[in-house]
Structures are given as C-alpha cells and as structure tokens.
Design a protein around this ligand. Structure first.
Ligand code: NAD
Ligand code: UDP
Length: 313
C-alpha cells in the first residue's frame, strides 16, 4: 500500500501508542499529537528514533494545522478516575476536540476516525449491545462528561459527513487492556494487576457481579486500522470489542491466579451510574471488516502482567 501520512491524536496514551507503533511498522509516516494529560513520552520512547515519527505537544481543544491523509482521533482520557478529575475539560476535549479535528479533516480532505466508546450505551437495557441501540445514559451524572461528550462527538461526525461529505469512521470501543496502561489510572485491569503483584487487597466495587468484556489491545488496533481502511461508504458506528463477557469477580480471581498472588478480595461501594452489564454484539465488524478478536483473556492478561512486572511499580 502507498505510504500514508497519518495523524494520531492522543498518540502518547495507552491505545494511541500501540496504534502509532503499528502504523509505523506498516511503513506510514505518523504525526502524534498529545498534551500528556494521561499519556506519557515513555509510551512512545521506542518510536522516537524512527524518522517517520513526529510528535507535537498540543491540546486538541485548540485548532491544529497539519497536512495528513487521515486522522485517528483518540485524544480523551478514558479511565473514569481521569475523566472525572476535570469533567469540564473532558467534555471540551470530546466536543471542541472533535470540532477542531473535523474542521482540519474538512480543510485538508482527510478521512477521519473517531474513537467512540461503549459508554455511549450508558447502563444498557438490552444485551448484548448492537449499534442500533440508542443507549440509556444519565445526562447529569458523574460519567456524563465522558458519555455525553462522546455522544455529541458522534453527532458532529455524522453531521460533518452529511453536511460536508467528509469520509468518517466511528468505532465504539469496548473495554480494552494491555501494556502501556497507567498503573494508577483506576481502570479495573490495571488496578487488579497492580494490587495482585503487591499482594494488596483486590478492590471489587459492589458485589462484583457487574460484567465487562475485555479486548486485548493488539486485537483492538487491528480493528481500528481495518475500519479506517474500509470502503468509503462504511462509516459505522461499529462496535469493536471482545464479546467474551466476565463478571468483575471472575476477573479478580483470574488475576490473583495468574499473578500467583496472596491478595484477598475487599468489597467497596459501587460508584454512581456504574453499568451493570456490558458486552458487544460484533456481527457488523465481523461481516464488514472481517474482524474478530483472537487473544483470549488469559493470554492477554499474561502479557499485561508481564508488562507490569517489568515497570517499577
Ligand atoms: P488514555 O488516557 O491512555 O489516552 C488518551 C490520550 O489522550 C492521552 O495520551 C492523553 O494525554 C491524551 N489527551 C487527553 N486530552 C487531550 C487533549 N485535550 N489534547 C490532546 N491530547 C489529549 O486512554 P486510552 O485508553 O488510550 O483511550 C484512547 C481513546 O480510546 C479515548 O478517546 C477513549 O475514549 C477511547 N476508548 C478507550 C477505551 C479503552 O478501554 N481503553 C474504551 C473506549 C473508548
Ligand atoms: N472496578 C472494580 N474495582 C476497581 C476498579 C474498577 O470493581 O478497582 C469495577 C468498576 O466499578 C466497573 C468495572 O470494574 O464495574 C470496570 O471499571 P473500569 O473503570 O475499568 O471501566 P468502565 O467500564 O466502568 O468504564
């Protein structure tokens, strides 16, 4: 394939750093934009020697002018602890960030992919969630800055498509995990692994019966690239995630086992608006993108545990 010049916003974050690495491996030029709110240079240290890689410190809530062929818009904190830390900034990042990146895409005629989220389904009342489900979101709750911000970003993407003929791609990403997660970002996989490696109590919120479906990062990056490279008229939204569903208690037990840990389970209050059940219906991605995850939770967790063992905790 012809070499592309590709912008990745949020490129120093967990998903962004893996995406930048993969796009470079495929021979592309990559421009990584990040304000390092939750990302870090250490995630992209291994890419800095590559002459096809460029980084720009920039906040996407301000306009940006670069010349690229395509844009992956990932800039936004994803962990509930991080996005609730400065909720106004979270909404601005989602909404103003989308407006700025869509404006850029329109000006330079680039295709643009939005990293949307399963959170747009809120606390879902249908199960598993398919793309035609409009969701069940509390617009004034503590998660709303993220959920409603991402919903508004999807609206903007579809309006730019209808109004300006922009080629858009909207991926609804379900819980993804792997190396380069921040040890203290509060997400369940990183929390449990760090706690287990330190033989500290594993903090299960609520009774642990709530479910999530965990996708290993390599699978997710495959899905994002397949979506970006799909036919112009396949714009999504499309669910990307692993449909194997586990309760949070199952996850805690698996992590304790894989780490050979002496940790015990400690129950803590369930946070407000915490979704009870989440599992993607990925038929659309399977049919249109010929994509489905290949890494089991056990294999993915083993790689993630090895990563956390190697960084100074
Ligand atoms: P992350 O927090 O590790 O990465 C986000 C990156 O965006 C960080 O590098 C951060 O510094 C950067 N950023 C934040 N605000 C910015 C701003 N205003 N300007 C420029 N950069 C900014 O999170 P992640 O897990 O890598 O998530 C990446 C994207 O994927 C997010 O948009 C998130 O909503 C989406 N997503 C992730 C998951 C998941 O499970 N990881 C699930 C659903 C959706
Ligand atoms: N969770 C937990 N203990 C933790 C962190 C999270 O029990 O230390 C639960 C959380 O309440 C939620 C699930 O794990 O039900 C996933 O949380 P996470 O923050 O990773 O992502 P979410 O899918 O809620 O955005």
């Amino acid at each position: 394939m012809k070499r592309q010049r590709i912008l990745v916003t949020g490129g120093a974050g967990f998903l962004g750093s893996h995406l930048c690495a993969r796009l470079l491996e495929e021979g592309n030029e990559v421009v990584c934009v990040d304000n390092y709110f939750t990302g870090s240079k250490s995630n992209i240290l291994n890419l800095l020697d590559n002459p096809l890689f460029e980084i720009i410190r920039h906040d996407v809530t301000f306009p940006l002018y670069v010349e690229v062929d395509s844009i992956y818009n990932l800039a936004c904190p994803a962990s509930p602890v991080h996005y609730q830390h400065d909720p106004v900034q979270t909404t601005k990042t989602s909404v103003h960030g989308a407006i700025n990146m869509l404006g850029l895409a329109k000006r330079i005629n680039a295709r643009i992919l939005q990293a949307s989220t399963s959170e747009i389904y809120g606390d879902p009342q249908i199960h598993p969630q398919s793309e035609d489900y409009c969701g069940h979101v509390n617009p004034i709750g503590v998660r709303a800055c993220y959920d409603e911000g991402k919903r508004c970003a999807e609206t903007l993407f579809f309006d730019y498509h209808r109004q300006h003929d922009l080629i858009i791609k909207v991926a609804r990403i379900f819980n993804t995990y792997g190396p380069n997660m921040v040890p203290h970002d509060g997400r369940v996989v990183s929390n449990f692994i760090v706690q287990a490696l330190r033989n500290q109590n594993i903090t299960v919120y609520g009774d642990g019966s709530q479910t999530r479906s965990f996708c290993y990062v390599d699978d997710l990056v495959d899905g994002l690239i397949k979506l970006m490279n799909s036919d112009d008229d396949f714009i999504g939204p499309v669910n990307l995630g692993n449909p194997s569903e586990f309760s949070i208690l199952d996850l805690a037990q698996k992590v304790i086992h894989l780490c050979g840990s002496k940790s015990r389970i400690e129950y803590k209050p369930l946070p407000m608006d915490d979704p009870k059940q989440r599992c993607p219906d990925i038929s659309l991605a399977m049919n249109h993108l010929k994509w489905k995850p290949t890494v089991s939770l056990e294999d993915g967790l083993t790689k993630t545990v090895a990563y956390f063992q190697n960084i100074a905790l």
